[in-house]
Design a protein around this ligand. Structure first.
Ligand code: PLP
Length: 395
C-alpha cells in the first residue's frame, strides 16, 4: 500500500526503542536498571484514584464536550490564576489527551507548508516530528552547555526569517532540566513580540524544580506576549498520571477554537472519568507533589554526583524535571571490552548490553555528546546504576 509522504518524514521515537529492548531483557530475567523512562515511578495519589473510580460509579462514562468538561476548564482557569498568575476564561482552554495531543493540535492548527518552527536543541523527541507532521520546517537552534542549554537572544534573532511562525519553549526542559529565569524570558518575549512570533510554552514540568528555582510562564510578562503565547501543561508528570492522558492548552480564543474543532473530528473528548480525576488533581490536596519532588531531589544529587565521579563524564546540575544530561564525549574514541565507542547511540547500546543499564542516547534529542538519565527510578537503582556504568567505562 502506498503511504502518505508525511509518514516517511517522521522517525520512530528512539526513547521507546530503548525501553522496548530494556523491557524485553527484563522479561528474560536480566536485572536491567532503567534510566530510560520519562514518567514518575510513583503511584497516582490515592485521592485522585478514588475520584476516578467514583466518577465511573457515578456514571461519568459518556461523551463530554469535545474540548473538555466545563468543570475541568474552570478548575484549570483557577489553577492558572492561583499558581501562575495568568487570567484565562474557559473559552481559552482546551483539554486534550495529554500534553502530547495538545501540542499536536497546536501544530496542526497553526503551521503549514513553508512555515518555520524554531526549536531549541536539545529538544524533547516529539517536537520535531510534530512540526514535520504539520508539513512545516524544523529550524533547530543549538544551545550551548555553558549557557545551561538555553537559547540566547542573539541566537534567537539570528534564526528568525520572514517564514518564522513559532518558537517552542520547554522550561523546565526535557532532556536538560534547564529552567529559564524571568530575565531570560523577558528578552525572548521582547524579540517574539517585535517579530510577531507565537510562543508554544510547554510547562509540563513546572512543579518539578529544585534549589529554590522558580518556574515562570512567559505568558505572564505582559499583554503582548500573553496574546502570542499558548501555554501547554498536563497532569501527567506533576501528579504521576501519565496513563490518564489529560493535558491542556491555554491561549487566544481563536486558536483554542480551531484546536477544539480539529479535536472534535479527530478524537472527541479525552476520557470522561479521567477528566474528573484531573479536577481532583487540581483542586485536591497538593502534598503528594511536594513528596515526589523531595524524593526526586535526593536522587538528582546522588545521580549527578555519581556521574561526575566517572572519568570522562561531566554533568551539570539540572534545576528542574527528572533528567540528568551528562556530557559523555570524554568517552568517545575509547575502547571498552573490545568495543570502540564513537557516539551516544553506540554508548547507550554498549551500556545496555554490558552494564544492563538503559539510558537514552543524546542524538535522540539533537545532542550527540550526551546521554539522558531519568531519575524516576528508586534510589538504590540510581546508586547501583552509576556503579555499573563506572565499571563498564573504566579506562
Ligand atoms: N512535553 C514534554 C516536554 C514531555 O517531556 C512530555 C513527556 O515526556 C510531554 C510533553 C508529553 O506529556 P503527556 O504525557 O501529558 O502527553
Amino acid at each position: 500500500m502506498k503511504l502518505a509522504a508525511r509518514t516517511t518524514r517522521i522517525e520512530a521515537s528512539p526513547t521507546l526503542a530503548i525501553s522496548a529492548k530494556a523491557a524485553q531483557m527484563k522479561k528474560q530475567g536480566i536485572p536491567v536498571i532503567d534510566f530510560g523512562v520519562g514518567e514518575p515511578d510513583f503511584d497516582t495519589p490515592e485521592n485522585i484514584k478514588q475520584a476516578g473510580i467514583k466518577a465511573i460509579q457515578d456514571g461519568f462514562t459518556k461523551y463530554t464536550p469535545a474540548a473538555g468538561l466545563p468543570a475541568l476548564k474552570e478548575a484549570i482557569c483557577e489553577k492558572l490564576k492561583k499558581e501562575n498568575g495568568l487570567e484565562y476564561t474557559p473559552a481559552q482552554i482546551i483539554v486534550s489527551c495529554g500534553a502530547k495531543h495538545v501540542l499536536y493540535n497546536i501544530m496542526i492548527a497553526l503551521l503549514e507548508a513553508g512555515d518555520d518552527a524554531l526549536l531549541p536543541a536539545p529538544y524533547w523527541v516529539t517536537f520535531p516530528e510534530q512540526i514535520k507532521l504539520a508539513d512545516a520546517n524544523v529550524i533547530v537552534i543549538n544551545t550551548e552547555e555553558k549557557n545551561d542549554f538555553k537559547i540566547t537572544p542573539d541566537q534567537l534573532k539570528q534564526a528568525i526569517t520572514p517564514k518564522t511562525k513559532l518558537l517552542i519553549l520547554n522550561s523546565p526542559s526535557n532532556p536538560t532540566g534547564c529552567v529559564y529565569t524571568k530575565k531570560e524570558l523577558e528578552a525572548i518575549a521582547d524579540i517574539c513580540v517585535k517579530n510577531n512570533i507565537v510562543v508554544v510554552s510547554d510547562e509540563c514540568y513546572e512543579k518539578i524544580v529544585y534549589d529554590g528555582v522558580e518556574q515562570v510562564s512567559i505568558a505572564t510578562l505582559g499583554k503582548e506576549i500573553y496574546d502570542l503565547t499558548i501555554v501547554v501543561n498536563a497532569v501527567s508528570k506533576t501528579y504521576s498520571m501519565t496513563g490518564w492522558r489529560i493535558g491542556f492548552a491555554a491561549g487566544p480564543t481563536d486558536v483554542i477554537k480551531a484546536m477544539s474543532e480539529i479535536q472534535s473530528h479527530a478524537t472527541s473528548n479525552p476520557t470522561t472519568f479521567a477528566q474528573i480525576g484531573a479536577i481532583e488533581a487540581y483542586k485536591g490536596p497538593q502534598d503528594s507533589v511536594k513528596m515526589m519532588v523531595a524524593e526526586f531531589d535526593k536522587r538528582r544529587k546522588l545521580l549527578v554526583d555519581g556521574l561526575n565521579s566517572i572519568p570522562g563524564v561531566s554533568c551539570r546540575v539540572p534545576k528542574g524535571a527528572f533528567y540528568a544530561f551528562p556530557n559523555v564525549s570524554g568517552l568517545y574514541g575509547k575502547t571498552f571490552n573490545g568495543k570502540k565507542i564513537t557516539n551516544s547511540l553506540e554508548l547507550s547500546a554498549y551500556l545496555l548490553d554490558v552494564a544492563q543499564i538503559a539510558v537514552v542516547p543524546g542524538s535522540a534529542f539533537g545532542a550527540d555528546n550526551y546521554l539522558r538519565f531519568s531519575y524516576a527510578t528508586a534510589t538504590k537503582n540510581v546508586i547501583e546504576g552509576v556503579e555499573r556504568m563506572k565499571k563498564a567505562v573504566a579506562f
